[in-house]
Design a protein around this ligand. Structure first.
Ligand SMILES: [Zn+2]
Length: 251
């Protein structure tokens, strides 16, 4: 699943492609919004809240989308061939200069601007947001002291933007086993700072991953084979947690 860094890159690309343009055609291929027509309105910007994308249209409307597992936004020239089959398209936004096509999006909502807060207000502080609030993120994490840290860091209501990749990499840097209870993490403030730094670095200059996706490859620090376990979390679906059993011992 794309994490905060990838979502922010998508937002910046949509922003460059659409903002300032006037929509010439819109097609929201979700039954609830099938009759929505925003043609004639200007696109005023695309911003993120955690992994959520908010594309603001005219004075009154916001297109709220989320990539979830398989979603993507293509930004194309008018008439350019789509990179995925048409049946996978969920939203099409066209201006004179651009066609933006959202494929397999996990969330598509056309909201009145005032509805943005309801859509994303449950999120914790945004690791890549201008209004990042470290104290509040730590406070929210500590309201679930028994939760495994790997699941807690990915809980978007505590801090928004982290997924399986950067939660795993943060655990490795901090030397904490993914099953460690939040209340037992020796330095939660520094853990949150490292998580934020990982996302910021991923935005600028992605480096090689230490543990994520490296099951059975050896740890670059100590040579021990990297392990993968399935973990839960509130979303219900199991998620792979990668770690070095030597550098990240269970507590
Ligand atoms: Zn190691």
């Amino acid at each position: 699943m794309p994490e905060g860094d990838a979502v922010l890159r998508t937002a910046r690309r949509l922003d460059r492609a659409l903002t300032g343009g006037v929509l010439t055609r819109t097609d929201v291929r979700v039954p609830r919004y099938a009759t929505v027509d925003l043609a004639g309105q200007p696109v005023t910007g695309t911003v993120t809240r955690g992994k959520h994308l908010l594309t603001r249209i005219g004075a009154d409307w916001t297109l709220h989308t989320h990539l979830k597992m398989d979603g993507s936004w293509a930004t194309l020239r008018p008439g350019q061939r789509w990179p995925k089959p048409a049946h996978m398209a969920r939203v099409v936004l066209e201006t004179d200069a651009t066609q933006a096509v959202g494929f397999l999006l996990g969330i598509v909502e056309v909201l009145p601007r005032a509805g943005e807060e309801e859509a994303v207000g449950h999120l914790g502080p945004d690791l890549l947001g201008a209004d990042w609030d470290e104290d509040e993120a730590v406070r929210r994490l500590l309201t679930h002291p028994d939760e495994p840290v790997f699941d807690a860091l990915r809980d978007q209501t505590s801090l928004a933007g982290l997924g399986t990749i950067w939660a795993a990499e943060t655990g490795f840097t901090m030397g904490i086993h993914p099953m460690t209870r939040v209340g037992d993490v020796p330095d939660l403030v520094r853990t949150v700072r490292v998580a934020r730094l990982k996302l910021q670095q991923a935005m600028e200059r992605p480096g090689p991953l230490a543990v994520y996706g490296r099951e059975r490859a050896v740890c670059r620090r100590c040579g021990t084979p990297i392990r993968r376990i399935e973990m839960g979390g509130r979303e219900g679906r199991p998620r792979p947690a990668y770690f070095c059993p030597n550098c990240q011992p269970a507590r």
